[in-house]
Ligand binder design. Structure first.
Ligand code: PMP
Length: 406
């Protein structure tokens, strides 16, 4: 099947709307993506036709909804090529997943003076949970630095390992500057030293094929809403042996086997990590999003986005007074820039008046801004439904910003 951009745009109802009397240009996809009809309708259908709490009912509707929820888990397994369904834990999103990892792995493996390696290009969601863990356990965070192009300095990474290193937690793709990290090699290097690796895949899974077995990640964590699925649902993939070893994060209903006042035993995987009523509607919506991605073809999406990134980089590079941050050799469709002498917020507000949604600020990655000595950037992040014409409209709006502030 061809990559038919007009057909794809038809699938996303919001793209038809106007903002400030102009057709919407949505370039805030790293924050969240828009949803295709398949996703919207799959969730609507559950609410209208089959809604019932899952797993604990013998009645007809409960059984139907439970089956759809478990089918969504199988779809996620296939999508990232995990070995087993029960290695897929539904969470509230990437933040929830990393907090689960930091607590459960921390309880089991982190002790006083142990060390955890993260990088200087992490989202706050992959910094603060580890910082809090280090405070609780009196452990230490070690940071992989980044070079002027916004790439991790892998030679420095290697030097950070010591006999106290217990964990590495690393972003696959940086949300602030788009860098794609060589996580496969970085995981292998950690494994050679007997250290487990957690990957924050929030900005990776929607842009190309991720195979968790090929990467050999111990955990791989992502959000539904950044991959055309609903909000409030995410995935923590973990290797079976690891998930078996670590204690649960949240406790309560559904995650237990036997409960007496003396002792509680926990349910098997994956339920051990899914306390309470899960967001089953969200999981079903996420399943629909992944099927949409599979049907569209991840290689085709990646090729389209690569073309768009090259075009946007070329067009924006020729704008006078525009400075880009993040020129990694391997990069996905994020362009982060500043305009000389213009505050990113001011620029963003004017760009919005032209019906174009971009994000301004630190993008929850303050250490990246500190690294480049800036207060923030304007970020245009692209998805499968964006076009070259939309990049042209952004360039026109930037010229208007410059005129206004000159
Ligand atoms: N990690 C990265 C790399 C991200 O881009 C984001 C979202 N901006 C997160 C983590 C947090 O994701 P969520 O807000 O969906 O929990």
């Amino acid at each position: 099947m061809e990559f038919n951009i007009d057909k794809i745009r038809e699938d996303f109802p919001i793209l038809k709307r106007t903002v400030h009397n102009r057709r919407l240009v949505y370039f805030d996809n790293a924050a969240t993506t828009q949803k295709p009809l398949d996703v919207i309708e799959s969730m609507d259908r559950v609410y209208r036709e089959t809604n019932s709490n899952i797993h604990r009912g013998v009645h007809y509707l409960s059984d139907l909804t439970t089956r759809q929820y478990e089918e969504a888990r199988e779809t996620v397994r296939r999508f990232i090529n995990a070995r087993h369904d029960h290695e897929i834990i539904f969470t509230g999103g990437t933040t929830a997943g990393i907090n689960l990892a930091a607590f459960s792995l921390g309880e089991k493996y982190i002790h006083e003076n142990d060390e955890i390696i993260i990088s200087a290009m992490e989202h706050h969601a992959n910094i603060v949970p580890w910082q809090m863990l280090c405070e609780r356990k009196k452990a230490k965070l070690r940071i992989i630095p980044i070079n002027d192009d916004g790439e991790l300095i892998t030679a420095e990474y290697e030097k950070l390992f010591s006999d106290r290193t217990r964990l590495v937690s690393l972003t696959h793709v940086a949300n602030s500057i788009g860098t794609v990290n060589p996580v496969r090699e970085m995981i292998a290097l950690a494994h050679e030293r007997g250290v487990r690796v957690i990957i924050d895949g929030a900005q990776a899974v929607q842009h190309g094929k991720v195979d968790v077995q090929d990467l050999d990640a111990d955990m791989y964590i992502f959000s539904g809403h950044k991959m055309y699925g609903p909000t409030g649902i995410g995935v923590l993939y973990g290797k079976e042996s690891l998930l078996e070893e670590i204690p649960p994060y949240q406790t309560g209903g559904e995650m237990v086997d036997q409960v007496t006042f003396e002792k509680t035993t926990f349910n098997r995987l994956p339920f051990k990590f899914e306390a309470g009523t899960p967001n089953y509607i969200g999981a079903i919506g996420l399943g629909a999003a992944l099927e949409y991605l599979e049907r569209t073809g991840l290689e085709k999406i990646a090729a389209h986005e690569k073309d768009l990134l090259e075009y946007a980089t070329r067009r924006l590079s020729s704008v006078g007074g525009l400075h880009m941050f993040g020129n990694a050799r391997n990069k996905i469709s994020v362009i982060s820039f500043v305009l000389e002498d213009i505050h990113p917020y001011d620029a963003g507000m004017v760009i919005d008046k032209y019906g174009i949604a971009v994000r301004t600020g630190t993008h929850c990655a303050q250490p990246v801004m500190d690294r480049f000595g800036i207060r923030g950037t304007i970020r245009a992040s692209m998805a499968m439904y964006n076009t070259r014409e939309e990049v042209d409209r952004l360039c026109e709006a930037i010229e208007k910003v410059k005129e206004m502030f000159s």
